[in-house]
Design a binder for this molecule. Structure first.
Ligand SMILES: C[S@@+](CC[C@H](N)C(=O)[O-])C[C@H]1O[C@@H](n2cnc3c(N)ncnc32)[C@H](O)[C@@H]1O
Length: 309
């Protein structure tokens, strides 16, 4: 009898997890607060990812992760907090700077003619947040002059900060901040990209010395645009709060924060996100939730301090 019950329970569990696996990703019928992926895609102006069953997404993600050690056997790059996987996905989604950092032979796998044949899964999902951030950074830069720093926190192998200040005046600067081992790896492959335009700064953003690293990244510019893309996912709530406080305390006149990440709030309610930023001295000025881990996208600006207009 006991054996039969155990078997039944195991069967029921298996069936319900299979049900989950067949559910389409990015479509939450039971959550009215979360827009489906195709609505997010329309809002950011990109093609929607394929609403395939979750098991298809999971299979592709795992297969890709398993391939990485072979693809990088020669250059020794490792997948710290999935940053290498994201690099490939960004290249597949059409990011030329990402493509330039990939190993010369293997990158042909995601070269322009071939990339059209990949089903629009993870790379298109990442493209949504990348496009949101590219546009948000561009809009923040337009708000003032070129005495500005664009600083990517937890930049991984991403090249947005460098790209954002290209063709701006000599005072516009870019910096990428990440863990020392990641910065060392990025430095080792930058030879593959022509004239990379961001300073690379090694810092554990959950540890000591964050304020000094941010000050160095800003380099005495009058304003800063911080970019946080899928970094807070890897920090605990206290470290994420400390990082926001360090951003608020940045030594310049204006601070913007463009994010596509996970905030320490339940669900994706805009009022909760606004409260979180208000508690840390920021106004949330733009907000768009998106299915996935980096589910909160938006722009926050530091409230003017006493004496600032
Ligand atoms: C998912 S990857 C995202 C990389 C990049 N922002 C992108 O979207 O292409 C997360 C990045 O956060 C970095 N990271 C995680 N914990 C960190 C910490 N404590 N300090 C600095 N960087 C950290 C990882 O090294 C990794 O590069």
């Amino acid at each position: 009898m006991l054996k039969r019950m155990t078997l039944l329970v195991a069967l029921a569990r298996e069936t319900s997890s299979l049900n989950g696996a067949w559910r389409r990703r990015g479509v939450y019928r039971d959550r009215s607060d979360m827009p489906p992926l195709d609505a997010v895609a329309a809002a950011v102006g990109a093609a929607a990812p394929w609403a395939a069953p979750k098991w298809v997404w999971a299979f592709c993600w795992r297969a890709h992760a398993r391939l990485l050690p072979a693809l990088h056997a020669r250059d020794g790059l490792t997948n710290t907090c999935v940053n290498l996987q994201v690099l490939w996905l960004k290249a597949l989604a059409g990011d030329d700077a990402a493509y330039a950092l990939l190993p010369r032979g293997f990158r042909l796998l995601v070269a322009p003619p071939l990339r059209r044949f990949y089903p629009r899964l993870h790379h298109q999902n990442i493209k949504l947040r990348a496009k949101f951030l590219d546009d948000a950074v561009r809009d923040e830069l337009r708000r003032g002059d070129d005495d500005v720093a664009v600083v990517a926190l937890g930049a991984g192998f991403d090249g947005r900060a460098a790209r954002a200040v290209e063709d701006r005046g000599p005072r516009a600067r870019a910096a990428d901040v990440d863990l020392p081992e990641v910065i060392a790896q990025k430095r080792s492959v930058l030879g593959r990209a022509d004239g990379y335009g961001a300073e690379l700064i090694a810092c554990d953003l959950a540890g000591a010395g964050v304020e000094a690293a941010l000050a160095r990244a800003i380099g005495n510019r009058t304003r800063v645009v911080f970019v946080v893309e899928a970094l807070l996912i890897y920090l605990d709530a206290a470290a994420a709060e400390r990082l926001l406080d360090a951003c608020r305390g940045a030594p310049c006149a204006a601070v913007s924060l463009c994010f596509a990440d996970r905030l320490a709030i339940d669900g994706v309610d805009e009022a909760a996100a606004a409260r979180l930023f208000a508690d840390r001295g920021f106004d949330l000025v733009r907000y768009l939730p998106k299915p996935g881990l980096a589910r909160h996208m938006g722009v926050a600006r530091r409230r003017p301090r006493r004496g600032e207009s």
